[in-house]
Design a protein around this ligand. Structure first.
Ligand code: GLA
Length: 370
């Protein structure tokens, strides 16, 4: 068997902008899901996961769509990818998949895209070498949306496939999905400035298959329709939002419009080689917008951000879809431990379970490992 890996991600800025045709700026994490795979004969796919001992699943390659409802939730991610390759006309003779995920599940670090993309890249190499990265990302997204039932945008899968070590990925979702290049690797070397990126996992599981994420998508679509634009990406000025009658939808739209501007501003600073400390206030504004306008933060995420800032972080914000999961903090290297300790103390004082903290650096996207 050969092995392939795909990473989790954190998004530096640009949350809930991807399904509004906007901008995102993720990095890939050193944490990966590993997929050992080989083709077999006989038309069966067998998948097992180190994290699900004794729960191996077996199904007919050509019957996956019909079998979907009886498959356990976790297996819908890898098998959804296989089903999507088949649906697109690629021939899969039979398959053995052994998965091992090191991206914490439910931490908002995109363990699901790490999983789906590790399988997708394995399948491409084994069965469909003509598939380009753009289609690979679309296959993984379709598997998650249609098969696993998680209505994600394209942020996580793009990060898992396209990111490169030492860089943040500036992705213009509309241009990228339309087939134009649409992305740029921007150097993101925090160490050169004596900085580190600290991830604070609140331990509150976040679940995209729940309704909150889908409701936000609907509200954004309703706001765009009311304004008569294809997507909120197309809103030229914040003032135009006054035409949205429903105040909740108006706030949702305001988050998206201001967040897109924040991505562009952060990308520009990094492109110019500015001291990354300068992006700190923009990250903080992004958190406030997710908390107040988009209402996807939680008390634990707010506590993490406030405690990190009080302890000297230059910027901090929740990352990912929200409703739990992780926050990031931009800290001076010599302050990292103090900030992590301060967050832990604040959690204890607030009666919250101990968070997990760790430092991350921008890593490579999905690749064959052996
Ligand atoms: C989740 C989704 C992404 C994106 C983020 C929010 O991670 O999977 O597509 O919408 O939430 O930015």
């Amino acid at each position: 068997m050969r092995t392939w890996v795909a990473p989790g991600r954190v998004n530096i800025i640009g949350e809930h902008t991807d399904y509004n045709d906007g901008f995102v700026l993720p990095i890939a994490l050193p944490l990966v899901t590993r997929c050992a795979a080989e083709t077999t004969v006989g038309g069966l796919v067998r998948v097992e996961s180190r994290q699900r001992p004794g729960e191996a699943v077996r199904a007919e390659v050509d019957e996956l769509a019909a079998a979907r409802d009886r498959l356990p939730g976790w297996a819908r991610y890898p098998l959804g990818v296989v089903a999507e390759f088949v649906r697109r006309g690629h021939s899969v003779p039979g398959l053995m998949l052994e998965l091992d995920g090191a991206v914490p599940i439910g931490a908002g670090l995109s363990s699901s895209a790490a999983l789906s993309c590790s399988v997708a890249i394995a399948l491409r190499d084994l069965c469909a070498p003509s598939v380009a990265d753009r289609e690979l990302i679309d296959i993984a997204r379709a598997a998650e949306n249609d098969f696993a039932g998680a209505p994600t945008g394209v942020l996580d899968q793009s990060a898992a496939v396209l990111c490169t070590a030492g860089h943040a990925l500036f992705l213009d979702v509309r241009r990228f999905t339309a087939g134009a290049s649409g992305y740029e690797q921007i150097p993101f070397d925090l160490a050169a400035f004596g900085l580190q990126l600290l991830v604070i996992d609140t331990g509150q599981p976040h679940e995209l298959v729940d309704g909150g994420y889908a409701r936000r998508r609907d509200q954004c679509e309703a706001a765009a329709a009311e304004l008569g634009v294809p997507a909120l990406r197309d809103v030229a000025a914040e003032a135009d939002l006054a035409r949205i009658a429903d105040t909740v939808c108006r706030r949702r739209a305001r988050h998206v419009v201001t967040e897109n501007a924040r991505v562009v501003a952060v990308a520009e600073k990094l492109r110019q080689g500015a001291d990354p400390r300068e992006i700190g206030p923009i990250l903080v504004a992004g958190h406030a917008s997710l908390r107040d306008d988009f209402e996807v933060s939680t008390a634990a995420l707010d506590t993490a951000v406030a405690a990190a800032l009080d302890a000297g972080a230059h910027g901090a914000r929740m990352v990912g879809g929200g409703f739990g999961g992780s926050a990031i903090a931009l800290v001076d290297r010599e302050r990292t431990e103090a900030v992590a300790a301060a967050v832990g103390e604040r959690f204890a004082r607030s009666g919250l379970a101990e968070p997990r903290t760790f430092v991350v650096v921008p890593a490579d996207g999905a690749r064959r490992e052996s």
